[in-house]
Write a protein that binds this ligand. Sequence first.
Ligand code: DGL
Length: 263
Amino acid sequence: MNNAPIGVYDSGFGGLSVWLELHRMLPCESLVYLGDGKNCPYGGRSREEITRFAFEAVERLVTEGVKMVVVGCNTATTAAVDAVRAHWSEMPIVGLEPAVKPACLTTATRRIAVLATEHSLRSDMFLRTAARYAEDVEVVKVVGRGFVELVEGDRESTPEAMEAVRGVVEPLLDKNIDKIVLGCTHYPFLRPLIERVIAGRDIEIIDSGEAVARRVRWLLDRYDIAAAEDHNPEYRFLSFADEEYRRGLERKASKILLSDNLL
Ligand code: DGL
């Protein structure tokens, strides 16, 4: 039993899509969310830079007394999770990878699309996973150009967002894909728009949020560090950007909790 918080980290707002799943599945757990904000977006940055940011973030969460860290960012996971795990070897650290495996195991057309950041798509981790599970599956790799900026600017419900999503998703429609993997935690915030573009097609959208929350639940049991059933959880929000950004995280979290959805 351990009532210390779980730390969740992302480059910005995206990890709130993971935070929501944790909140739903683990209602007794306190959560400390760190949305970097200052260095976002990570997607076009080098592995070295992202690794440095990830170390700073985990260090900060550790000083907040977390019992576990969820790297709620595919980009930071692909760049740095191995190094971070090696450094804090005593603490469970959960990473997030584009859900290539479940998509490959269930595709009927043997063609899937993976939407992720530039960094994630060229990372060794992604290439390894793709080589392992997508041997006889064609993986169409697409960067969600502008998606992160739209979510960071709270502009997911605008015509501009619809246009950006259409520009990225429409070209996929004649590629005979039956799965779209959302390989960036910002992208689930645009899911309703993606659904509008693929409406009427037999295409499933897959994101990793729920699977990660299940993994966290499993690890809490395995390490015997779950919070007590009567624990009254606290939710805190931190950022390396300014106070206004930090409040934005808080507001967004309240909003998605109230609607029990990302939009
Ligand atoms: N949310 C992040 C991810 O899952 C990264 C977005 C970014 O900062 O580019 O990949």
